[in-house]
Design a protein around this ligand. Structure first.
Ligand SMILES: N[C@@H](CCC(=O)N[C@@H](CSS)C(=O)NCC(=O)O)C(=O)O
Ligand SMILES: [Fe+2]
Length: 297
């Protein structure tokens, strides 16, 4: 009996090790691939005292690939992440999921870094906060708002599968990932090293599917087909985190996400039983976000 238990425990430990190896394999590749400093200013890694190739480092991820400046910003009331990406040479920038309440903070940073904000894009029509894109457009001449065509929202640029959002020598590719809402997109860097997953895939979780045309079967297919097909090393930056987690990887989520490691049937059952309260600002946010957060785009 005792030896049977020991064998079962050893087998379970081996399976855990295997899954961990898959998840960490990607991180090693990610560490070695980049040559930009943690300051995100395009300086070579050696000049910034970077660790040797292959060693994991912990940060909010300001070092993504050559000449790409990156900042992860947080709005604490809605636990929303806003992401700033810029070409370090041309200074052209894109902002993902800005929040109305933090527009001044974001514009100040953009000015301090000497960037030219070209596009402010929403990953979907948010239900929990009002977007900052409309207000930003009144402050920055030439700024274009963007959201998916399928969201039904107004914006200067309506995005579809395969479209590119360019900034200098860089671009993000649009992958449609409906299920949390009809119009959810995931934005992927050109080297497939980073995915901004909005509310489709969260760290060890996913977006809820109980309002705004939500559909758990659709969300499961979106994540499996459009996000989990990215390389294991691909960093995952979601639109929200409620536990203080900042970044994950595709490999990690494929191995450890408690919802997405399940069968479709079990996933649907989990999503049907979340019993979450409605976002407190939903009745204000959704109508406002259908018009970019203000009544003129
Ligand atoms: N308490 C918050 C809303 C929290 C919430 O519903 N989050 C959404 C993403 S914003 S639409 C979600 O999908 N959560 C998934 C989960 O498993 O928590 C508020 O009142 O605003
Ligand atoms: Fe959402």
């Amino acid at each position: 009996m005792c030896s049977l238990l020991t064998k079962a425990a050893a087998a379970a430990a081996a399976r855990r090790q295997d899954r961990l190896r898959v998840a960490l394999r990607g991180l090693g590749e990610q560490s070695g691939a980049s040559s930009v400093s943690p300051a995100g200013d395009g300086r070579p890694r050696a000049a910034a005292g970077a660790p040797p190739r292959g060693r994991r480092r912990y940060s909010t991820g300001t070092r993504l690939s050559d000449g790409l400046l990156f900042r992860q910003l947080f709005e604490s009331e809605s636990s929303t992440y806003t992401y700033l990406l810029a070409d370090a040479v041309s200074k052209d920038a894109v902002l993902i999921d800005p929040v109305l309440e933090t527009v001044d903070r974001d514009l100040k940073l953009i000015e301090e870094l000497g960037l030219r904000l070209k596009t402010a894009v929403n990953t979907h029509c948010h239900a929990d906060h009002v977007t900052g894109t409309g207000l930003m457009k009144t402050r920055l001449a030439g700024l274009k708002s963007a959201i998916s065509k399928s969201s039904g929202a107004a914006a200067d640029v309506l995005l579809s599968e395969g479209d590119r959002i360019t900034f200098g020598n860089h671009y993000l590719t649009v992958r449609e990932t409906p299920g949390h809402t009809d119009g959810c997109v995931t934005l992927v860097t050109q080297d497939e090293g980073v995915a901004f997953t909005g509310d489709a895939l969260l760290i060890r979780g996913c977006g809820r599917t109980d309002f705004q045309q939500g559909c758990s079967k659709r969300l499961y297919a979106s994540i499996q087909q459009k996000i989990f097909t990215l390389p294991d090393r691909c960093l995952v930056y979601p639109a929200h985190d409620y536990l203080g987690q900042t970044v994950s990887t595709v490999g990690e989520e494929r191995a450890f996400n408690p919802r997405l490691t399940k069968s479709l049937e079990d996933f649907v059952a989990i999503m049907n039983n979340l019993n979450l309260p409605k976002p407190s600002k939903i009745d204000i946010s959704v109508p406002a976000n259908l018009v970019c957060g203000v009544h003129h785009v």
